[in-house]
Design a protein around this ligand. Structure first.
Ligand code: ATP
Length: 284
């Protein structure tokens, strides 16, 4: 038997860091939503008690470091599953981009294997398992638009993000999430974006207010390390995006665009100096 799951990319409409906790994690407030740029997982049952990961993308780990592998292993161990599985990852989300591609693959594996192995787990149970794999995995289990607190695993679903186009551009640099959080001085953040104001804008379906209230405190760190991310932001604004922000710890920058007529201009303008550009819809 085979199961298929889509694993969409996430973007942060706002990301604030409140303080560093004694356990080393940062206490965050984020509003996250998903966009229609997705990996696709094909999960095939194996009689042998083994987990195999394959992918056309040559630049991700295919062993136990892969988050989809870890999701399968966690379910097998926790629920005594004796069957094996071959998970093929058709990667479309750029890797190490701030778009939670690995986390979304892990969440999709949890959803798909729950069906393949008929485990009967609820979304809440899958989210709890997901929290053991990574802070963004619980959100990726259900998607939608949500306020995330704690280290990102405590979720409050909110209304859907107003429908729009999202243009994403990833400059050809690697950003380490750990390095960005490591360099952030949580006690010296100049301007904290407001989760409450962003939530109100989303709940009111007010696209312009969403654009005006975008904010990510990690930009302070990543933009200093990589000035090209700042240049990309400026280019997107110049080309006419309604709101522009870096996603997660970067380096991907996204632009929210209400009018389809503007999308091609922004996309083509960015392709001039960035190879990885995507124009997709927001997901409700
Ligand atoms: P984060 O912000 O959580 O670091 P990200 O969106 O910036 O995530 P990912 O695409 O999730 O980045 O990749 C981060 C790292 O995770 C990569 O360097 C890669 O080696 C590893 N990884 C493990 N499993 C996967 C997967 N299924 N897809 C992509 N990367 C994976």
């Amino acid at each position: 038997m085979k199961m298929y799951e889509k694993a969409p990319a996430k973007i942060n409409l706002m990301l604030d860091v409140l303080h560093k906790r004694p356990d080393g994690f940062h206490e965050v407030e984020m509003i996250m939503t998903m966009v229609d740029l997705a990996d696709r997982l094909e999960m095939s049952e194996l009689r042998r008690d083994t987990i195999i990961i394959s992918s056309q993308a040559g630049y991700i780990p295919l062993d136990e470091k892969n988050l989809a592998f870890q999701a399968a292993k966690l379910l097998k161990e926790r629920y005594g599953v004796k069957q094996g599985v071959h998970i093929h990852l058709d990667k479309k989300i750029p890797v190490a981009a701030g778009l939670a591609g690995g986390s979304s693959d892990a969440a999709a594996a949890l959803r798909g294997l729950n069906r393949l192995w008929q485990l009967g787990l609820s979304s809440e149970e899958l989210q709890e398992l997901g929290a053991e794999l990574g802070s963004d995995v619980p959100f990726c289990v259900t998607g939608g638009t949500a306020l995330a607190t704690g280290r990102g695993e405590k979720l409050t679903p909110i209304a859907s993000m107003p429908q729009c186009w999202v243009v994403l551009a990833k400059p050809p640099i690697n950003v380490s999430t750990a390095e960005v959080y490591g360099k952030l001085r949580a006690d010296r953040i100049a301007v904290h974006p407001s989760a409450r104001l962003m939530q109100e804008a989303v709940e009111a379906g007010d696209f312009q207010a969403v654009c005006g209230r975008l904010g990510n405190v990690l930009e302070e760190v990543t933009l200093k390390l990589h000035p090209e991310v700042q240049q990309l932001k400026e280019a997107m604004i110049r080309l006419g995006a309604d709101g522009v922000l870096m996603s997660g710890s970067g380096p991907t920058v996204f632009g929210l665009v209400s009018k389809q007529s503007k999308v091609a201009r922004i996309y083509n303008g960015l392709r001039g100096f960035c190879k990885e550009v995507y124009a997709v819809r927001s997901l409700t």
